[in-house]
Design a protein around this ligand. Structure first.
Ligand code: GLU
Length: 505
């Protein structure tokens, strides 16, 4: 006996199939469910739809759960956390589906079908010849016990089909999906044949397992991608057959890859949530971005904290048309969120990226080095679009092994008089005391003025000499953070490099 939960409690679920990584469309559907549950003080349930045993894997289950965790969507019931209506993995619930299918057969709402693949193919071919869509004609609907026994003896393994007429109570009528996003959507009962609910190998089909679970798990609202809308009338027929009330449905428009209406796919950029994590997108930025794919609060607001989303989210502001995935929007949001992080947190966040690039070792970060790291992150300022950008902007702080960029060499280092100028700058910086950005700036600006040169003609060659690049954090900070010894060493190296080139062109 299943104990009843609070009847007014909102209970929503996602039912990902663990056949690959969690992609952005699924993450968006998960988020809408999660926000809806949190907004209404209800429960968010994760159920693994792994009835396609061949294509499902443990790794994919883990990847999906990791993606949810990373995005901060905690689940109240499901794998790892359990719950009162478990198990939450469909392959562990096969007996339940078999029991319900059997009940439907016994109640005359479903029947065993012994038609072989060959027989069905022949019927399909026949329909094709007559230019009609194939509909199972109900050949096995009224088999006698003797006929069934004969088929069994022949070794045929039956499927189980829903008896649509018995389930619906008639061959006529409209199945209406009262969709909370799309409004009423009607389907004609006549469109449906007696479809299979259990395969001959004893596995349930998606529509059947979904209904049995949504019912037993007391799901109140099914919020899912609109590509499932065509399944919903079949699911309503199954609810009818079981004699229970369907949940409310909300089909959310697809995330599109382009404004031409194409479905989001790899072609439009990476689709797996983990890719964004590994690239240094922040979960808060992803949540904000995903929430805005199909939901809007008003025309103005772009940035929403998770708390604000929970407070404001509801289905009435989910649009009916597909929303287009725009990486520029995500990049813009990510930049904002990076800059909203306090310096210390931002530093923590970039450390894994520096580590992965082999530039630092976490265990070697002394308190002094930590302060230095924070200053580097501060100097980078708002230049990062993703956390991974830290590597490109700062690697020269961590290693002397860098080359001069082609542009830096051509535009700045190879100009006449540069080696001599760098020589003078070197002398000058050797005497700056204390070796801090203020003093460094004063000395260099004084040099520029004394020489009557354009600042850029001095500063850019220095930058290229000490960092290899033409862009990066502020020059004076960079010099301070490199320290006197390394700065002078790099100037010297550039001078030697340039002289070597003129001597052996
Ligand atoms: N396994 C289905 C999917 O991931 C579940 C659909 C549903 O929510 O009913 O698309």
């Amino acid at each position: 006996m299943i104990e009843m939960g609070r009847t007014d409690e909102v209970r929503v679920r996602i039912a990902p199939a663990p056949t690959g990584h969690m992609h952005l469309g699924n993450a968006r559907t998960a988020l809408f469910n999660w926000l809806f549950a949190r907004h209404h003080g209800g429960k968010f349930i994760v159920r693994i739809d792994d009835t396609d045993l061949e294509r499902s894997s443990e790794e994919a289950v883990k990847a999906i759960l990791d993606a949810l965790r990373w995005l901060g969507m905690d689940w109240d019931e499901g794998p790892e956390v359990g719950g009162p209506y478990g198990p939450y993995i469909q392959s562990q619930r096969l007996d339940i589906y078999r029991e319900y299918a059997k009940k439907l057969v016994e109640g005359g709402k479903a029947y065993y079908c012994y038609c072989t693949k060959e027989e069905l193919d022949a019927m399909r071919e026949e329909a094709r010849k007559r230019g009609r869509p194939f509909k199972y004609p109900g050949k096995c609907r009224n088999l006698t016990p003797e006929e069934r026994e004969r088929f069994e003896r022949e070794g045929r393994r039956p499927t189980i089909r829903l008896n649509v007429e018995a389930a619906w109570g008639s061959r006529e009528g409209k199945i209406v999906v009262h969709d909370l996003v799309l409004g009423d959507v009607e389907f004609d009962v006549k469109e449906f044949d007696d479809f299979i609910i259990m395969k001959s190998n004893g596995m349930p089909v998606y529509n059947f397992a979904t209904v049995v679970d949504d019912y037993l798990m007391r799901i109140t609202h099914v919020i899912r991608a609109s590509e499932h809308l065509s399944n919903t009338p079949k699911q309503i027929l199954i609810y009818k057959a079981l004699g229970v009330e369907p949940p409310k449905f909300a089909h959310v428009p697809m995330v599109l890859g382009s404004s031409k209406g194409e479905k989001l796919s790899k072609r439009h950029g990476a689709v797996a949530v983990e890719w964004y994590r590994d690239q240094g997108y922040l979960p808060e930025a992803m949540i904000n971005f995903l929430a805005r794919l199909g939901w809007s609060y008003d025309d103005k607001e772009e940035i929403f904290t998770v708390e604000e989303l929970i407070e404001k989210f509801d289905l009435d502001r989910v649009g009916r048309s597909g929303s287009v995935f725009d990486i520029n929007k995500l990049n813009w949001l990510n930049k904002q969120y990076i800059m909203m992080m306090p310096l210390s947190k931002r530093t923590d966040a970039v450390i894994p990226f520096l580590e992965r690039a082999g530039l630092i070792k976490r265990e070697e970060i002394t308190p002094e080095k930590r302060r230095w790291l924070e200053k580097i992150v501060e100097a980078v300022g708002d230049r990062m679009t993703t956390l991974a950008d830290i590597v490109d902007y700062t690697y020269f702080f961590f290693t002397d092994e860098f080359e001069y960029s082609e542009e830096g060499l051509r535009k700045w280092l190879s100009k006449e008089g540069v080696p001599e100028m760098l020589e003078e700058v070197k002398e000058l910086l050797a005497g700056v005391e204390p070796f801090e950005r203020g003093e460094i700036e004063r000395a260099l600006r004084g040099y520029v003025e004394g020489k009557g040169l354009k600042a850029i003609r001095v500063f850019q060659p220095i930058r290229v000499a000490i960092t290899g690049k033409t862009v990066g954090p502020g020059l004076f900070e960079t010099i301070e953070l490199l320290g006197r010894e390394r700065t002078l060493g790099r100037l010297e190296r550039a001078i030697r490099f340039l002289k070597g080139r003129t001597e052996n062109p």
